[in-house]
Design a protein around this ligand. Structure first.
Ligand SMILES: Cc1ncc(COP(=O)(O)O)c(C=O)c1O
Length: 471
């Protein structure tokens, strides 16, 4: 093995389970989840990043995990392992994680019932030459818990199933235009609506348009007889107002368009059956991934049988790893845990305490440009960019949370492994940071205290972008 990696991957001799620290670091104190005196030492992260940059464009496979979203120079770049809601970086520092794998780890890292199911399946084989019974078992579980899941197909990523849903809707309606609201993955049909379209043929911009959440007018002005489907995240950080989702469904059906819910974040979190169960509204097709298998790569397309049956005809959606069994075994264990322990309500209770606590601190300390918003299971800190420099503020908060052993990229994505004590500790950390922030903003000194690079928005422009010209 390359000498560089030997120190990272050969753990023999390390009592902590972590690779031995390079001699230069021996004796340095590693940070943990507490009010540490200093920012964590992240030398190994920085060293690995220098190597990664030469080999991996962007040095990451997932934008949300990369250095544009984590203040480079102060935030760890590489994680090594996790247990429950705690993760350790490759320098040995410990953090309470509020990103949870960018959504998948809904139960917690190394969650025993799920890992046991994976290890049991591993002894029997991973990918097979014929269809495996687990495909039927997971389809049957989803059929039981998801309101529109008359039929189910599997794939690996969220973008796989949102793109499959779009293709199905086009086939079913014989139309081409898609209206969307939210983020739906990296494929051409969606990315054409953003400002990162290099390499995406221009014709896609004529086929996908956006509309605004909670704004029926923006949907009504865009929808017409050319629209195959409306695809949307049923909820992100705002609640639907005035029966918005029911109205969207009605507008779609009056127009002969299908309604597709992108339930990557709402699925298995908001309620076991996702947003359809939580809001009592059915979509024609719904797309799931993220939390479905506690971190194993699996996605699911569910929907009404009359639409889904087109997949038996000329709508082509097949992939080698769609029936890979470790992920399916993980999905059975994950869904059973979520169901049997009513985890969505556990997340709701924890999240309410966190959200209410943060907003009380914001009010008491007097930071009118910050608001914690969203559904309790996944909230975010909104920073009003009309009043404050949102990226600088966010970078400062992130930096100070890291010092206190909390890994955060703007969101609080909860898992079954977060505890009441974790929430209490997080509120104490926010109290400390917000108090400092208040004074620093007043004195206009925030920028000087940043120790790393300012984090960047994922897309420079996301609202009212590529909306359909009014007829
Ligand atoms: C709402 C939503 N839809 C689709 C996707 C795409 O999923 P994936 O990255 O697994 O392709 C994401 C990813 O974060 C997402 O948040």
């Amino acid at each position: 093995m390359d000498k560089f990696f030997q120190s990272y991957f050969q753990n023999e001799g390390s009592t902590s389970g972590m690779p031995d620290l390079p001699s230069g670091l021996t004796g340095k104190v590693m940070n943990s989840v507490c009010f540490n005196d200093n920012y964590p030492v992240i030398e190994r992260s920085l060293e690995m990043h220098a190597k990664a940059k030469k080999l991996i464009p962007g040095a990451t496979q997932t934008l949300a995990k990369g250095t544009t979203q984590h203040s480079f120079g102060v935030s760890p770049v590489f994680l090594d392992r996790g247990k429950g809601a705690i993760v350790w970086d490759i320098d040995g520092n410990e953090y309470l994680d509020y990103t949870m794998g960018v959504g998948p780890v809904v139960l917690g890292y190394c969650y025993e019932p799920v890992d046991y199911a994976i290890s049991q399946q591993l002894t029997r084989g991973i990918s097979f030459s014929l269809t495996h019974p687990l495909e039927v078992q997971v389809a049957s579980l989803l059929h039981d818990i998801i309101p529109n899941a008359e039929m189910v197909r599997f794939s690996k990523t969220g973008a796989d199933v949102t793109s499959a849903a779009v293709r199905l809707a086009r086939a079913y309606t014989g139309r081409n235009v898609i209206l969307c609201c939210g983020y739906h993955g990296w494929h051409d049909w969606y990315i054409a609506t953003t400002d990162r379209t290099l390499g995406v043929p221009d014709f896609n911009k004529e086929l996908t348009y956006t509309f605004a959440y909670n704004d029926t007018e923006s949907l009504l002005s865009a929808i017409d007889g050319s629209v195959a489907a409306v695809i949307m995240e049923p909820a992100t950080f705002s609640a639907p107002r005035d029966n918005f989702l029911h109205k969207v469904r009605e507008i779609c059906h009056q127009n002969g368009s299908l309604l597709i819910f992108d339930e990557m974040w709402t699925g298995f979190r908001l309620a076991l059956g996702g947003a359809q169960e939580y809001f009592g509204v059915k979509a024609d097709l719904a797309c799931f991934s993220k939390a479905i298998a506690n971190g194993m790569p699996l996605s699911a397309l569910t929907g009404c049988a009359d639409v889904m049956k087109l997949l038996e005809q000329d709508v082509f959606f097949y992939t080698t790893f769609g029936g890979e069994t470790l992920s399916l075994a993980a999905a059975v264990a994950t869904i059973e845990e979520l169901r049997d322990n009513n985890i969505p309500s556990v997340l709701d209770t924890l999240g309410r305490k966190l959200k209410t606590g943060i907003n009380k601190l914001i009010a008491d300390i007097g930071l009118p440009y910050i608001l914690c918003s969203g559904f309790p299971c996944r909230t975010m800190l909104n920073i009003d960019s009309n009043i404050a420099d949102a990226n600088i503020l966010k970078t400062y908060i992130q930096q100070e949370l890291i010092k206190r052993g909390i890994l955060w990229n703007g969101f609080h994505t909860l898992s079954a492994s977060h505890t009441q004590e974790d929430i209490q500790y997080t509120l104490e950390a926010y109290d400390d940071i917000f108090t400092q922030l208040h004074a620093l903003v007043k004195r206009n000194e925030l920028h000087e205290l940043l120790r790393g690079e300012v984090i960047q928005p994922a897309f420079r422009k996301t609202t009212h972008f590529n909306s359909k010209p009014r007829r």
